[in-house]
Design a protein around this ligand. Structure first.
Ligand code: SAM
Length: 218
């Protein structure tokens, strides 16, 4: 259960992500990640926060569409506002409340429920969120079920550095080890690479790392 005070103010969170240069640093990192997605790819950003991961890919693939989910509706509204600031067409984005424990079950802000179909995304991006699932391994498996064969999972995960662990503790983020996470992802049919952020990606490098996986073709 997420402590309700942790992500109370999405605007404050957004302000500090921008002020401290986190957003730009993660953007610089994503820019160098080579992925082979169709130009009209379908992207899911689960636990989207300010939307920085999913919106990056909408900028990069001008015909792509995004489903952005988060437990907190205020972050969903902020993601839409941030898309507007980037000049991204609102029609390209669907938002919904979803718990990362069951990433396929989505409720719109009008209260309608729908479920996301297996193998329906070319790219799923997550960042610092699977550690909030009731069962992190089950959450990862659930996310990977949603990826089409040949599609990608990009996880900009909390790192196991001293600063990463300090911030995880502050945000009550309880993750499995990164080596176990890679094992789980491999076991469900993906090839995995782990990439450390480098000095160009400061300050994000202090707390984040990346796990990039591609779902094998049957
Ligand atoms: C550390 S922020 C990460 C935001 C963004 N993904 C990033 O990489 O910067 C964590 C986000 O996960 C959301 N969150 C927390 N618990 C969640 C849950 N159980 N299911 C879905 N989202 C959750 C929070 O509301 C917040 O937006």
């Amino acid at each position: 259960m997420l402590n309700p005070t942790l992500y109370k103010s999405s605007r404050t969170y957004d302000f500090f992500m921008k002020l401290l240069g986190y957003e730009n640093a993660i953007g610089r990192f994503l820019q160098q990640v080579q992925i082979d997605c169709p130009s009209d790819c379908r992207v899911l950003d689960a636990g989207c926060g300010t939307g920085l991961l999913g919106l990056h890919f909408l900028d990069r693939f001008p015909q792509a569409t995004l489903v952005a989910t988060d437990l907190e509706p205020n972050f969903l509204r902020l993601t839409i506002a941030n898309a507007g600031k980037r000049g991204i067409d609102r029609d390209r984005i669907q938002i919904g409340v979803a718990d990362i424990s069951t990433p396929n079950v989505l409720t719109t802000l009008d209260g309608d429920s729908c479920s996301l179909k297996d193998s329906s995304f070319d790219l799923i991006c997550v960042g610092a969120v699977v550690g909030y699932a009731e069962d992190t391994e089950a959450s990862i498996r659930g996310l990977i079920r949603l990826i089409a064969p040949g599609g990608y999972l990009i996880n900009i995960e909390m790192s196991e550095s001293l600063t990463g662990r300090f911030v995880s503790k502050r945000y009550q983020y309880r993750n499995i080890t990164l080596s176990r996470m890679q094992e789980v992802i491999r076991d469900v049919g993906c090839d995995v690479t782990a990439t450390r952020l480098n000095l160009r990606h400061l300050p994000a490098k202090l707390t984040r790392t990346a796990i990039i996986a591609r779902k094998r073709q049957p």
